[in-house]
Every structure is written in structure tokens, then in C-alpha cells.
Design a protein around this ligand. Structure first.
Ligand SMILES: O=C(O)[C@H](O)COP(=O)(O)O
Length: 212
């Protein structure tokens, strides 16, 4: 039985382009972000991938990425389940601030700790630990059961909600997760074993399809 789980961060958003902390704010994709999502869909299709169900967040950059991937695969009408459990980490008081300005104001180390540490939340926002506390129960209750009955599952979400998931799937520690970055528009293709652990992980080599 194939237990396929594909994780895709949304393509570049308007606020990624402007280097603004985004969190639960809801900017749309840029033109490049649309292209990244379409390219991810084309790559998945070229691998012979098909999905039975898709999950995404309550934020349109992820929803639109999900829809564009499916459209490129010729699966435009596929069942798609939206849930805010998959939203980006809430960046709290940093939301809408420029990341370079934040580094000038609070220093590189502090800003890096807010962005990449496991348990230090940004002011008024969620740490990765807080984010994991909503992503992981949703994964176990809603997503994993679909994978385990042999459905092929797409999850289109966000840098930090996916870091929470990757931390568990890849067996990382609260320290090693700090160096993990999830690129926009690059699907992570997991195949799971019968005990729910990871059998294999494949990541798109971005150079494969650059001229599209
Ligand atoms: O919410 C954001 O600003 C981004 O989507 C992720 O930001 P980060 O890379 O600073 O965590």
C-alpha cells in the first residue's frame, strides 16, 4: 500500500517579497509565487504523483498554492480541507514589521531566536512549540488516518507549521530543528511505513525545472 504524504510550503507571498513578518496576516501570492506553485504541480505530475485529498490552512497564500498545484496536475476539483490548525505561526506583535528593521531594533540574535528557536515565542505570538501543539494533534487526528488507509495526501501550508511537522517526521531534536528552513514552492515527498514512521523522503531539486 502506498502511504504518500506531500508537504508544500506556499509560493512567495507579497509579504515574503517585502520581507515583512506575516504570521496570521493574509497577503496573496506574488506572480513568482504563482509560478512556484505551478512548477511544484508540474514536477509532481512529472513524477506520476496523484492525490486523493488535500489539506490546507485558512490563509489564502496556502489555499491558492494548493489550488494551483492541483490545477497543474489536472486534479482541480479534488476534495480540499481547510483548517486554521495548519496556519503559519502567529507572529504576534512582529506581524507587519520588516525583518531587517526588526534586526536593527532588537539585534540579529534575538530576531533569529524568535524565528527559529523551538520554545521562545515572538512578543504576543506563538513559538514553534506552540505551533506544534496545534499542528501535531490535527496531523494525528485528521491527516495521518487518511494516509494510513492508502490515500495520497497533499498538505499545502506554511514555513513554520511545516517545520513542526518535519521535526516529528524526521525525528529532529528541539536544537536541530533550529537550522531547518522550508523553501517556498518545493514539495517534500514522504512515504510512510505501516508504523507511521518515514520510509523515504524526496525533495525537488530546484534546478530540474528552472526554465519554466
Ligand atoms: O510569517 C512569515 O513571516 C513567514 O511566512 C515565515 O517567516 P520566518 O521565515 O521569519 O519564520
Amino acid at each position: 500500500m502506498e502511504r504518500l504524504l506531500v508537504l508544500a510550503r506556499h509560493g512567495q507571498s507579497e509579504w515574503n517579497l517585502k520581507k515583512l513578518f506575516t504570521g496570521w496576516r493574509d497577503p496573496d501570492l506574488t506572480e513568482l509565487g504563482v509560478q512556484e506553485a505551478r512548477q511544484a504541480g508540474r514536477w509532481l505530475k512529472s513524477q506520476g504523483t496523484r492525490f486523493d485529498v488535500a489539506f490546507t490552512s485558512n490563509l489564502r497564500r496556502a489555499q491558492n498554492t494548493c489550488a494551483l498545484i492541483l490545477e497543474e496536475m489536472g486534479q482541480g476539483g479534488l476534495e480540499t480541507i481547510r483548517n486554521e490548525a495548519l496556519n503559519e505561526r502567529d507572529y504576534g506583535d512582529l506581524s507587519g514589521l520588516n525583518k531587517d528593521d526588526a534586526r536593527e531594533r532588537w539585534g540579529d540574535a534575538q530576531v533569529h531566536e524568535w524565528r527559529r528557536s523551538y520554545d521562545v515565542p515572538p512578543p504576543g505570538g506563538e513559538s514553534l512549540k506552540d505551533t506544534a501543539a496545534r499542528v501535531l494533534p490535527y496531523y494525528i487526528q485528521a491527516i495521518l488516518p487518511r494516509v494510513m488507509v492508502g490515500e495520497r495526501v497533499l498538505v499545502a501550508a506554511h514555513g513554520n507549521s511545516l517545520r513542526a511537522l518535519v521535526m516529528v517526521l524526521d525525528g529532529m531534536t528541539t536544537k536541530t530543528i533550529a537550522s531547518v528552513e522550508i523553501a517556498t514552492g518545493i514539495p517534500l515527498v514522504y512515504r510512510l511505513k505501516a508504523d507511521t514512521t518515514v520510509e523515504s523522503k524526496t525533495i525537488l531539486d530546484k534546478d530540474i525545472d528552472q526554465d519554466d
